[in-house]
Ligand binder design. Structure first.
Ligand code: MN3
Length: 201
């Protein structure tokens, strides 16, 4: 049994003009696809073959002899989560429990946006910014390269933003802060974050 590349949850041009079809063609069709292909090769005949993707990520995390498996498995998981963290006509404001928890734990939606944008902008080199639930409280995480909060005990990711250069270079060149601002204003999928929050309760 091997892993397959999940389809994007929207058309390749659905996030334009913010994120172009060209970016998604490469980012999903080449980068994400390569992580799936590499993972399947690495798991061929391996003791972790046949496990779920989350189990492969957790079992290989922090193990030097499984670094390749971890990097590819975590990148497969992170990217699928990232596609769902965006939606055409996204942005706006969350509602319900998520809105009140953001207000409670960050002070305001604007304060959350500032903290999330700072995490993304200050992740040196490649990585990810996250909104997570930990012990009933919302927190921000930033992770380097393929690192993912699903390896952290008691943490449920609600939302992520890819800050690898391949996520924004075609559309924003080197302007990572502009990509981050656009993610928050026009792309972020609050319904996905709210559904993750509801499922974690
Ligand atoms: Mn990426």
């Amino acid at each position: 049994m091997s892993f397959t590349l999940p389809a994007l949850p929207y058309a390749q041009d659905a996030l334009a003009p913010h994120i172009s079809a060209e970016t998604l063609d490469f980012h999903h069709g080449k980068h994400h696809a390569a992580y799936v292909t590499n993972l399947n090769k690495l798991l061929d005949g391996h003791e972790l073959a046949g496990k779920s993707l989350e189990d492969v990520v957790k079992a290989s995390a922090g193990k030097a002899d499984m670094a390749g498996i971890f990097n590819n498995a975590a990148q497969v998981w992170n990217h699928t989560f990232y596609w769902n963290s965006m939606t055409p006509n996204g942005g706006g404001a969350p509602s319900g429990d998520l809105a009140s928890m953001i207000e409670r734990d960050f002070g305001s939606l604007d304060a959350f946006k500032t903290a999330f944008a700072t995490a993304g902008a200050t992740q040196f080199g490649s990585g990810w910014a996250w909104l997570v639930l930990k012990d009933g409280k919302l927190e921000i995480r930033k992770t380097g390269n393929a690192e993912t909060p699903i390896t952290e005990a008691g943490v449920t990711p609600l939302l992520t933003m890819d800050v690898w250069e391949h996520a924004y270079y075609v559309d924003f060149r080197n302007r990572r802060p502009d990509y981050i601002a656009t993610f928050l204003s026009d792309l972020v999928n609050w319904d996905f974050a709210a559904a993750n929050l509801a499922a974690a309760k």
